[in-house]
Design a protein around this ligand. Structure first.
Ligand SMILES: *[C@@H]1O[C@H](CO)[C@@H](O)[C@H](O)[C@H]1NC(C)=O
Ligand SMILES: *[C@@H]1O[C@H](CO)[C@@H](O)[C@H](O)[C@H]1NC(C)=O
Ligand SMILES: *[C@@H]1O[C@H](CO)[C@@H](O)[C@H](O)[C@H]1NC(C)=O
Ligand SMILES: *[C@@H]1O[C@H](CO)[C@@H](O)[C@H](O)[C@H]1NC(C)=O
Length: 345
């Protein structure tokens, strides 16, 4: 994320305003699953809002419940942002986050109310361009982009590596199985499906997902960790489009990812070259299968794929809202995006 400009668009949200955001507090408490927080926040909120606190009011036009918004910042009292889903607060909001997936079906899903002069609209998407229809609806409306693409104004990757001091040694989970793949969106014409059909002729693959073995949400790390390899095959191929299939399913589970997605160089911008196997490294699926079986018989070589873990650990969740808040503070004071469609390809 770049720091480009001054936070001059920030406005102050005055004390009386806080009375209007009871909903937010309930939201906070709900998603933190803590009754105590409601009481605590109720009690302390007045003292938090000193008149010169540069709080930013962010309206989530729709609430993307399945997305990382639910990770509210703990320290929303210090130079923070206030998030709300109450559309009545539209004209007071410094920024409006609009989640593409929730609005693309019709232009009428976009705000129709007259927009305050300094309000930022932030276009937000985690799907790839292939699965982001009607991008032209977004022409001449937005000020900032937020997506998995590294050149977004607000870069929100599905995961990243964090340096650690080496004091915690990583040990490779006990392996009893060879290759796993979990897929819910099975489309016969997808490259990943065709590749899988070919690959499985040469190596055994356990398939999870719809009509297959089940991979319960809270258990996927435990289950997948018993596999030596995980097929992190993206549903479409786009620059930087590297999703939870790599981060969550493969790396967090402690398996070696076999990736299909953008070219190897693109992956290497985010993870070490020796942390993954790329399908493009092999001219055929059969050759890939032969390589995986070789590694299966050679522990020393297999373990090389974990060397990087003595320096880095994969991370998939932080307090995302803190990130959004910071990005808004660093945003340029004026910016207008004439076409998202021209960029998001
Ligand atoms: C939304 O904000 C308006 C205006 O402040 C307020 O009257 C209303 O009660 C709020 N709605 C909810 C659900 O909190
Ligand atoms: C794109 O917008 C049109 C309305 O302009 C709508 O009919 C169509 O269903 C939208 N596309 C998708 C995939 O929802
Ligand atoms: C980690 O491994 C190194 C080298 O094998 C060893 O010296 C160190 O004591 C280990 N640290 C922990 C916390 O186990
Ligand atoms: C945001 O973008 C819109 C449309 O592109 C533009 O009219 C508006 O002036 C911009 N606002 C800021 C604060 O940059």
């Amino acid at each position: 994320m770049e720091s480009i400009g001054q936070p001059s668009f920030l406005r102050k949200i005055y004390f009386f305003f806080i009375l209007q955001i009871t909903l937010l507090i309930v939201l906070f408490a709900f998603f933190r699953g803590s009754k105590n927080l409601v009481q605590e926040t109720d009690r302390s909120i007045e003292s938090l809002l000193k008149p010169d606190d540069p709080l930013i009011l962010i309206l989530l036009w729709t609430f993307p419940g399945h997305l990382p918004f639910i990770k509210c910042p703990h320290h929303f009292d210090t130079n923070g942002c206030i998030f709300t889903t109450n559309r009545s607060l539209f004209s007071l909001a410094d920024a409006v986050f609009i989640h593409h997936r929730d609005v693309y079906k019709s232009r009428n899903n976009l705000p129709q109310i007259k927009r305050p002069a300094n309000q930022y609209w932030i276009w937000f998407d985690l799907e790839s361009p292939t699965h982001s229809p009607n991008l032209t609806f977004m022409d001449k409306l937005f000020n900032l982009t937020m997506s998995y693409r590294a050149d977004s104004d607000i870069f929100i990757p599905y995961g990243w590596l964090e340096k650690h001091d080496g004091s915690q040694n990583f040990s490779i989970p006990v392996k009893t199985k060879l290759v796993a793949w979990a897929v819910s969106n099975w489309k016969p014409h997808y490259r990943r499906v065709q590749y899988y059909e070919e690959l499985k002729k040469h190596i055994h693959i356990d398939r999870y997902g719809r009509n297959q073995m089940s991979l319960p949400r809270g258990k996927h790390t435990e289950i997948l960790s018993t596999y030596k390899f995980y097929l992190a095959f993206e549903n479409s191929i786009h620059e930087d489009y590297i999703t939870e299939k790599l981060w969550d399913k493969a790396l967090i589970s402690g398996t070696v990812p076999v990736v299909m997605g953008p070219p190897r160089e693109n992956y290497e911008r985010f993870i070490p070259p020796d942390s993954f196997i790329h399908v493009d490294d092999f001219s055929t699926a059969q050759k890939l299968a032969a390589y995986l079986m070789e590694l299966d018989k050679d522990d020393k070589r297999y373990q090389q794929y974990f060397k990087w873990r003595s320096r880095y650990r994969p991370v998939v969740s932080i307090s995302w809202m803190v990130l959004y808040c910071q990005a808004l503070k660093e945003a340029p004071s004026y910016r207008a995006i004439s076409s998202i469609a021209k960029w998001y390809k």
